[in-house]
Design a protein around this ligand. Structure first.
Ligand code: ADP
Ligand code: MG
Length: 704
């Protein structure tokens, strides 16, 4: 008797060399790991085709028949073996350029073979180049009629005979041994019945060698459900444990800061969504529960004010608050607008970033440590070790997608007696399925309503032929007193643009300068290679309306707010991702004017680029855009997923398996409500599995 923890070298035909490769290349150490190395697709060999009916170029076909004759054609490098193959409906040529003499020896005229391959066009005929060909035996006939698994492999593995076929052979050996191998069930019986999914062992066998499409589907459903269910169970357990074990600071009263600001300073009526979210936040913080909340809201939905009001609540209850932004520009903008909003209320606001140095920094830190500064606004610098608060009660992170879990944890530690309440604000709408997984341990609030009076941004797709008209349009808008952004791509996610991108930007800047000469027109330029002071100077000129055009790379992407800017021209649109385009577009449409986004691109576009551009022209809804983005790129490539478990999902695909995820989460929630510690006998398997997983023992351990 062996079990799934048996070392892979003990599998027949593996041996030490191949075992080492399996470990380093695929992370396969044990039988269980190999079993978890799932096929990524299947070749459908469930039926035999008829040669007569098989004419379509590119089609995958499987024939059963005999070889009538073989002959060599061509010379030297062009020499090839042509095999005349026949079934009961007709003839087809099988062509081999490689291994000619070996094939010639191996193949026997008159013997029955199964042939599999792709039809290619040859003159007016079709043939198959380098098909798979196997003699028909009693044993392999039923196997021939199957869904054949295709496994991920690597060049190194292929070199040792472990390409997809080689791995399939190993799986077969393992498969035949599995009858005698112990494989504990992980889900309660009632759940499997309810979900109508097979047992774990059945699913594990069928996923590699499914009898037909239906069995495959069942196995996939079972494994997807199991994967998502345990992920949710874990996340929800973390959340419930935190709620029960950590007491949060209690912000019970609404005091002078909040009320005075609300009554005297707030210039607009909050939207229904903003009010609802503030209620949710107050609900958390007023109860002594520790808040860990994600606030999602499209660009311009008014998250800042929600954050500010929450901070004032902290102040009213004698605590400090901080607001952390991902870039210097954005942090400064928050600082400027918040100090202005709060002017006259006697609230001390401080600013901290890498650029605040020396004596100034020392002074600031002292005031923060003494509690004189009540609100601290800044960049990553806020979470450095040397920042010590007097009593931080609320930490807000703006534009979460740039911050990881680690930063959240660092903020967490800034609390003296208890961790501060955490509010994460993101303008990157995340598809629901992704949010449930990425932030499954958080509570989620959504601002799904824009402030009144906003006009939908009109988005147009243009190319180089329209350049002059685009310039003309810019001129018109500027004449009406508006401002214009012209944005150039920047591939790398860093503060420094690659030189090539910078050149692009500079060329653009020059041509715009020619079209829009001074003194009538003034132009700002902002890019990552500028000194912060220069950047700030240029930015400020635009903010103050001294310049009408802002030429920039994506440094302006996050958060910059210039309500008078009504046109956004995006150059080389095809090089931007969807969520980035949406973010950029959000820089306009912030005032009451009709705003425009003009997407410039070259004529030739890939399918994906075309879909991205069409989506942008069709909708302004960030959540809809996020869904398309996830479908195009796959969940694992969405920003922010890298540090999470999402990327290591083996079976489930968040872009496709939303329904299963939803069900899994609901069931996990119900189970935990009923039995938070999974102590009831009926949940023994769940508990055992989670514990084994924690110890890293189960085959799924690498998920987290
Ligand atoms: P984001 O959610 O993208 O951070 P902001 O908080 O920057 O959006 O808000 C965008 C603009 O909308 C700001 O100028 C802000 O003052 C304004 N705003 C916010 N809420 C309202 C409201 N309820 N009514 C009118 N304007 C609002
Ligand atoms: Mg914002």
């Amino acid at each position: 008797m062996s079990d799934l923890h048996t070392k892979i070298e003990f599998l027949k035909s593996v041996g030490p060399q191949r075992a080492d490769l399996l470990k380093t290349e695929l992370g396969v150490f044990t039988f269980g790991d190999l079993l978890m190395h799932f096929p990524f697709r299947y070749v459908d060999k469930t039926r035999f085709h008829k040669i007569r009916d098989s004419r379509e170029e590119g089609a995958n076909v499987q024939f059963k028949g005999t070889i009538r004759r073989m002959n060599l054609a061509g010379e030297g490098r062009k020499m090839r073996l042509i095999v005349k193959f026949k079934d009961d409906t007709g003839f087809i040529d099988l062509v081999f350029f490689k291994g000619v003499s070996w094939m010639q020896k191996k193949l026997i005229v008159g013997v029955e073979y199964v042939v599999y391959g792709k039809l290619s066009k040859f003159g007016s005929n079709v043939n198959i180049v380098h098909p798979e060909i196997e003699p028909v035996t009693q044993a392999n006939l039923s196997e021939a009629l199957s869904l054949e698994p295709v496994y991920p492999s690597t060049g190194k593995l292929e070199g040792k005979g472990l390409g997809t076929k080689g791995i399939m052979k190993l799986q077969k050996i393992l498969h035949n041994r599995l009858k005698e191998i112990e494989m504990p069930e992980t889900l309660p019986d009632y759940l499997m019945e309810k979900m109508r999914i097979p047992k774990r062992k059945t699913a594990m066998l069928d996923i590699h060698f499914p009898k037909d499409n239906e069995t495959l589907k069942l196995a996939q459903n079972r494994l997807k459900f199991e994967e998502l269910f345990f992920l949710q169970l874990r996340l929800l357990q973390i959340r419930s444990r935190r709620k029960h074990s950590i007491r949060g600071h209690v912000f019970e009263k609404v005091g002078e800061n909040f009320t005075r600001f609300y009554n005297e300073k707030l210039e607009f009526e909050l939207t229904g969504a903003q009010k609802r979210v503030i209620k949710e936040i107050r609900g958390d913080m007023g109860r002594g529960v520790h808040m860990n909340r994600l606030l999602q809201g499209d660009v311009g939905s008014g998250k800042t004010i929600v954050g500010l009001l929450s901070m004032l609540l902290a102040l009213d209850n004698g605590y400090q608050a901080c607001l952390m932004a991902p870039t210097e520009i954005l942090a400064q903008q928050h600082y400027a607008s918040i100090t202005e909003s709060l002017s006259g209320l006697g609230i001390q606001v401080g600013f901290l970033s890498g650029s605040v140095k020396g004596k100034k920094r020392k002074q600031l830190l002292q005031l923060v440590g003494e509690g004189v500064i009540q609100i601290l606004i800044g960049t990553h610098a806020l979470i450095e070790e040397w920042v010590e608060f007097y009593n931080i009660g609320l930490a807000i992170i703006d534009e979460q997608h740039r911050f990881g879990v680690i930063q959240r944890a660092k903020l967490w530690k800034k609390g003296i007696k208890a961790p501060p309440h955490i509010l994460v604000m993101t303008a990157t709408p995340i598809p629901r399925t992704l949010a449930m997984t990425l932030y499954g341990d958080l509570d989620v609030s959504v601002i799904d309503e824009l402030p009144p009076g906003r006009k939908e941004i009109t988005t147009l797709h243009k190319n180089e032929n329209n350049r002059m008209r685009v310039f003309g349009f810019m001129r018109e808008q500027i004449k009406m007193g508006r401002q214009v952004y012209v944005v150039y791509p920047l591939i790398e996610e860093s503060d420094y643009e690659p030189l090539e991108d910078l050149n692009n930007l500079m060329e653009g800047y020059e041509s715009i300068s020619r079209e829009f000469p001074p003194p009538e027109y003034q132009i700002s330029i902002v890019h990552g290679r500028q000194k912060p002071a220069d950047k700030d100077y240029e930015m400020q000129r635009f903010v103050k309306g001294e310049t009408q055009i802002m030429v920039a790379t994506t440094v302006i992407e996050v958060g910059v707010n210039v309500p008078n800017a009504s046109v956004m021209v995006i150059e080389n649109t095809e090089r931007f991702g969807l969520s980035q385009l949406h973010q950029l577009r959000g820089r306009v449409g912030r005032g009451a004017e009709q705003s425009y986004c003009i997407l410039m691109s070259s004529f030739k576009l890939s399918n994906d680029a075309r879909t991205r551009i069409q989506t942008m022209c069709r909708t302004n809804n960030g959540f809809e855009i996020a869904e398309v983005d996830m479908n195009l790129r796959g969940a694992g490539n969405i920003e922010g997923t890298q540090q999470s478990g999402v990327i290591s999902l083996r079976m489930a695909d968040l872009a496709k398996d939303g329904r299963i995820l939803q069900t899994a989460r609901e069931i996990a929630m119900r189970i935990l409500e009923d039995d938070p510690k999974l102590e009831r006998p009926i949940h023994a398997r769940l508990k055992a599995y989670l514990e084994a997983e924690k110890k890293g023992k189960s085959g799924w351990s690498r998920i987290s």
